[in-house]
Design a protein around this ligand. Structure first.
Ligand SMILES: Nc1ncnc2c1ncn2[C@@H]1O[C@H](COP(=O)(O)OP(=O)(O)OP(=O)(O)O)[C@@H](O)[C@H]1O
Ligand SMILES: [Mg+2]
Length: 306
């Protein structure tokens, strides 16, 4: 992703997107009660476009402004629609930039119990896919190839991380060495081109099994910690959120684990898993009910981290 191009695309699209949203929902700008927007965390240029647009709209329409934490909104996506979890619930948020276990005690009362100390789960998928020569974003492709593969064929190590935190950088390294070794030629002459050909053939011949084994390990890392969190807190309402929650292996495994553990498992509709405006709106709705409005000052500006 090129940040400068991303922010230009935001500038080009923000007015048409808002127009189209108003048209599809048959709502007039003046019928809106408040303007909720993502202020952080994220790509600063893209956030700035949304923040300035939201602030301008709020000022022009004289409507209250509500700054939203992007990761809170991912969790809150589970409250869209009729099949909602009761409080308290645990949410495993697995996206391109974050991996968190969040305890949600109420709409505006969230506590992070654990998070990644290096790569996010989505990054683990994407970086593994890159090592396999697959295009970005590789997560959905690993999911696709894994469907026909044997998840037990290749064993990748499980990282040893204390508590409820995660680590995925070691997995990436182990995949790198695994593929490098697979390309080693047995000939005495260490010919780099020969070994690259052998490695490529190995990857092509075993793509489904490699993808299934990588996915299996990522899912087991996630679910082992989630299970630990559920055991420690005694909370049995379990949700997932973020782009990686679209992964079929994760959805299947969390559903099966939930059945054996007696959890109530909630998985948002696919369109609410990846970034979407509805999750910002639902978070804004609960903040509106609680009277949590944001001033127009710098505290509500775009920030890369929060
Ligand atoms: N079916 C799938 N299997 C595995 N990974 C997937 C699947 N679908 C999407 N992903 C991964 O989800 C990630 C994108 O998720 P999302 O859009 O929620 O992240 P983001 O919004 O960029 O990150 P953040 O919210 O942390 O800032 C990518 O890493 C992508 O590979
Ligand atoms: Mg996101």
């Amino acid at each position: 992703m090129v940040p400068e191009l991303a922010s230009r695309a935001h500038m080009q699209n923000i007015v048409p997107v808002v127009d189209e949203a108003l048209k599809q929902s048959a709502v007039k700008l003046n019928d809106i009660d408040a303007i909720a927007y993502t202020s952080a965390p994220g790509l600063i240029g893209s956030l700035l476009v949304g923040v300035q647009f939201a602030k301008s709209l709020s000022l022009a329409l004289d409507k209250p402004l509500i700054a939203i934490h992007h990761m809170q909104a991912h969790v809150m996506a589970n409250l869209i629609g009729d099949n909602r979890p009761e409080f308290p619930f645990l949410c495993l948020t697995v996206s391109g930039g974050h991996t968190q276990i969040v305890q949600c005690n109420g709409p505006n009362d969230l506590v992070i119990l654990g998070e990644t100390i290096d790569d996010a789960a989505g990054e683990a998928f994407d970086k593994s896919a890159k090592l396999l020569g697959l295009p970005y974003p590789g997560g959905p492709l690993i999911d696709k190839y894994a469907a026909d593969g044997d998840p037990e064929k290749f064993k990748f190590p499980e990282p040893k991380v204390e508590g409820l935190d995660f680590s995925f950088s070691g997995l990436k390294t182990s995949i790198l060495y695994f593929l490098r070794n697979a390309g080693k030629s047995n000939s005495f002459k260490e010919d780099i081109q020969v070994s690259e050909v052998v490695q490529k053939k190995f990857m092509d011949d075993n793509l489904s099994d490699i993808c299934a084994s990588i996915q299996n390990r990522i899912v087991s890392i996630l679910l082992n910690k989630l299970q630990k969190a559920a055991d420690e807190t005694g909370i049995g309402n379990i949700c997932i959120a973020g782009g990686v929650s679209a992964n079929r292996g994760l959805r299947k495994s969390i559903t099966e684990l939930g059945r054996t553990k007696g959890w109530k498992v909630f998985i948002p509709a696919f369109e609410y898993c990846t970034d979407n405006a509805a999750m910002i709106a639902i978070t804004g709705y609960y903040k509106y009910l609680a009277g949590e409005f944001s001033p127009l000052d710098s505290a509500t500006s775009a920030r890369a981290t929060w």
